[in-house]
Design a protein around this ligand. Structure first.
Ligand code: PNS
Length: 188
């Protein structure tokens, strides 16, 4: 019987519970599933590809038929390279559909032999995206129910480093220009 291998491509910056939900669903219908992180030199990601790979590997240890890899260039070329015949993508809401349809049709044009399979994550994750997770964390909100614990921990570490850097850039003890001009006005 033909074994079906699928690639689940994405940025995963950071991986969320929605991604994990989709990986679990994908692992049940495909014989093999490769979670493939795009290395995109044009984007400035929050997490390095190596960090994202480590997080995804830790998140997927329980799934025997799931592996994690990274790729550059076209997704369909990567899929051919690993001998996969399907791409897995998630659709959370109708707003995802237009972009996903366009991408699926372009991928089909490029490689007619590779099918895109859409799956829906659990409704409770239908509003969760990596972009919103990054935004909430950067503004000091909690994302503990939206990402696995290890990702939440990594996000906290990132924010601590960012805050320490910000603080180190602030002038220490010197009065600001505004404060100086106020004190001059008082003397007059
Ligand atoms: O998690 P994302 O950012 O929605 O994933 C988008 C991704 C990586 C699947 C998409 O940008 C992609 O496939 N990029 C690789 C380049 C490519 O194949 N482009 C043509 C697709 S139509």
């Amino acid at each position: 019987m033909k074994r079906i291998k699928a690639v689940y491509p994405g940025s995963f910056d950071p991986p969320t519970n929605g991604h994990l939900d989709l990986i679990e669903r994908g692992s049940k219908i495909f014989d093999e599933l490769v979670v493939a992180i795009l290395q995109n030199p044009e984007k400035a990601p929050l997490f390095s590809v190596a960090d994202r790979r480590r997080m995804l590997e830790a998140m997927t240890t329980d799934f025997d038929n799931v592996s994690v890899d990274t790729f550059e260039g076209l997704t369909v070329d990567y899929a051919l390279h690993v001998e996969a015949s399907a791409l897995l993508r998630g659709i959370r809401a109708i707003s995802d559909y237009e972009y996903e349809l366009q991408m699926a049709l372009m991928n089909r044009k490029l490689q007619p032999g590779i099918e895109t399979v859409f799956m829906m994550p659990a409704e409770k994750y239908s509003y969760v995206s990596s972009r919103l997770v990054r935004e909430v964390v950067q503004l000091g909100g909690s994302v503990s129910c939206l990402v696995p614990d290890l990702v939440a921990q990594k996000l906290r570490e990132k924010m601590d480093v960012a805050h320490k850097f910000e603080n180190s850039q602030k002038p220490s003890g010197k009065p600001s220009i505004e404060a100086k001009s106020k004190s001059r006005k008082k003397k007059v």
